[in-house]
Design a protein around this ligand. Sequence first.
Ligand code: ADP
Ligand code: MG
Length: 358
Amino acid sequence: MIDAGNLAKTYGAKEILKDVTFSIPDGEIFGLIGPSGSGKSTLLRLLDLIEMPTAGTLSILGEDALSEKTRFRLRRRMAMLYQKPVIFNLSVYENVAMGMKYRKESQATIEGRVKEALDQIGLPEYARRSAKTLSGGEAQRVALARALVTDPEILFLDEPTANLDPLSAEKIEEIILRLNHDEGMTLVLSTHDMLQGQHLAGRIGVVMEGRIPQIGSTVEIFHKPATKNIARFVQVDNIFPGTITANQAGEASIDVGGTIFRAISPAQPGKDVNVLFRAEDVTIGTGEDPVTSARNVYQGRIKHLEPSGPFVRVIIDCGIDITALVTIRSAEDLNLGYGREVWISVKATAIHVIPLQE
Ligand code: ADP
Ligand code: MG
């Protein structure tokens, strides 16, 4: 449905996007996640054909999207929702009908389409309302109705809930999922919020400094980030540089400042690597002896406890500082506190090894 090959965009001498390559099949929700300033909005403007790339190829709905001839026609088959709703001081009906402005349709067709669009966003009674009176969440839904009124085959959403309260954001997310599930609409969504990426997207492309260094399922991106920067962005707490000291049948031993980790990796002795594992994958025990068959078991002392919603981040000094994430309830049950001696364990399969330079 969308095929981008080595897309690049420069503004003046500034290279904003470089070597961006991906494919999005029909009916997918594709998420672009990345920090602000990484190039997500610029990429969406290229895909929506509002701006031209400086280099690369782009095919959309089976047509060459960069040719003058197809461009105009393709634009009519796609729509975009922006982070800040653009709402005019008119009725909701007129705000939505504006999406049909340049299409020579009869009044009856337009009325029918506006009604359908208002149904799609769950505000069927709002046509006569003055748009001024809408809450932020409702205004964004009306802006979404304006995008939907032309019945687009591809919908782009640029951080659609970044300015909304959690409940309004949830409502927009529900509509997005419904458009995809019930109508098979292809959606491309950008967000700096990796949790939203996880809720919504089937696959994710990570945007970093104008490139897409990794594309994969949320599980792959969260547990097997391809680079240290991606690992940081998806909040992998435990990132340690080390050196492979042995590899036996695909089980590597990695020396991290004297602490040895075992991980499933083909990396060979002598190679410098980064060892990554999520705090959720660290188990804490408090008995005399570790009760586990896990490969990586260490003894340490709790150095810091940091509440985070219903969880607590526990930092344990085991020679190196290892972070574990446990529920507040289990922290209480285990009687975890500053200075407490504990065991921790991490399964070899939970440890991800990447080359040091990445
Ligand atoms: P994101 O949406 O991921 O926050 P953007 O695509 O908005 O990132 O911006 C990426 C980079 O491109 C930023 O450094 C931004 O300042 C720059 N940029 C965006 N638009 C323009 C423009 N029209 N002219 C010059 N620089 C731009
Ligand atoms: Mg942006």
